[in-house]
Ligand binder design. Structure first.
Ligand SMILES: Nc1ncnc2c1ncn2[C@@H]1O[C@H](COP(=O)(O)OP(=O)(O)O)[C@@H](O)[C@H]1O
Ligand SMILES: N[C@@H](CCOP(=O)(O)O)C(=O)O
Length: 326
């Protein structure tokens, strides 16, 4: 469950005074999500999502996140639109936390996506990349390669408790990725967490993207690698080539990959798997028993990482010559 900070009705009514959104009808905490406290709010004017930003979100990054949603929505991407306050700003303070309201998106996330859904996700990801190219604020990826070693150092001593041999395996993996990470691929604003629970569908039609709170500047193809990890593996751990091909096809129909991006994809996918493995492992080892938040399994990402290590070329993900721009 993700309501870390509770809000009482008086606090909320006072907060809403700062907006032109009608009167409060009802509100309730949203159980899903991991990072922040989210509430569904109904007012006489509309339905909104209220987010209280919790400790892992750096206050200085909020103008980037809010500005990005504003920018992408203005470019026609279906994503939450930050609600403007009477004073013209978007950020306020509620129950001692920075807080903002965004528009409510219709739809629901898919528990069992098919290949055609993956194609839609690929298209939407590429559309987001293109729409973000002229966004005026930069945010470095706080969870890119330089962050992995300190993160690993925090868990390393207990890694073999989770799986015997893990310490040596990740030591070697990290060293290989640090040494071989690409230096010069096309960059832009990436979502960086476009998992199934952050993409809404109405029927088979993609209706919107949410949760831009890991968005940052990084290699665009790294976002494709994150999506291959999140969308194209089955529950039994097998990579689904048909889904991979559909996701890449959808992406490249909007933004073809360059040959260096295609060549780097297996390494980027290993890095993406390691990044989610490391944050999950950290949470696995540090979240107290009985905490309300659901801990995500790091071993799922270890298996994905092992798969990517065995991949010799992007063709194994479903990438074809026609997907490339020369
Ligand atoms: N704009 C939105 N419209 C509709 N539902 C939303 C919206 N934003 C968040 N939600 C709901 O809140 C849940 C948690 O949001 P999310 O941004 O993923 O939280 P967190 O950043 O804490 O992980 C989502 O799974 C979804 O159910
Ligand atoms: N997608 C990440 C965790 C971040 O959770 P979110 O609810 O903010 O998407 C993972 O699966 O490890």
């Amino acid at each position: 469950m993700a309501v870390y900070t509770d809000v009482n009705e008086d606090q909320l009514r006072a907060f809403l005074e700062q907006y032109d959104v009608g009167a409060l009808l009802s509100y309730k905490g949203i159980a899903e999500g991991v990072e922040n406290s989210n509430f569904l709010l109904r007012t006489t004017a509309d339905t909104f999502i209220l987010t209280l930003y919790e400790k892992r979100v750096n206050r200085d990054d909020l103008p980037f996140f809010i500005g990005l949603m504003d920018h992408l929505a203005a470019k026609g991407l279906s994503c939450p639109l930050p609600v403007t306050r009477r004073d013209g700003g978007h950020l306020g303070e509620l129950a001692g936390r920075p807080a903002a309201m965004v528009s409510f998106l219709d739809g629901a996330w898919l528990r069992k996506p098919h290949a055609e859904h993956c194609r839609e996700v690929g298209r939407a990801l590429a559309a987001m990349h293109l729409a973000g190219l002229d966004f005026g604020i930069r945010r470095e990826n706080a969870l890119s390669v330089p962050s992995w070693r300190p993160l690993w150092e925090g868990s390393r001593a207990r890694a073999d408790e989770v799986q015997p041999g893990l310490q040596a395996e990740i030591d070697a993996e990290l060293a290989a990725l640090e040494a071989g990470w690409p230096q010069d691929l096309p960059e832009g604003v990436i979502h960086a967490d476009l998992f199934t629970d952050n993409v809404f569908f109405i029927g088979d039609r993609l209706s919107g993207l949410i949760d831009f709170y890991f968005a940052c500047n990084d290699f665009l193809a790294y976002d494709v690698a994150i999506c291959l990890n999140a969308w194209c593996f089955e529950h039994d751990g097998a990579f689904n080539h048909t889904k991979g091909m559909a996701l890449i096809d959808g992406y490249c129909a909007v933004r073809p990959l360059s040959a260096p991006e295609a060549e780097a994809l297996p390494l980027l996918a290993r890095g993406a798997a390691l990044r989610f493995f490391l944050t999950r492992l950290h949470d696995w080892l540090t979240t107290p028993e009985g905490a309300l938040v659901v801990k995500k399994d790091p071993i799922e990402y270890l298996r994905k990482l092992r798969f990517h290590r065995s991949v010799a070329s992007s063709g194994e993900y479903g990438l074809r010559e026609k997907d490339l721009i020369f």
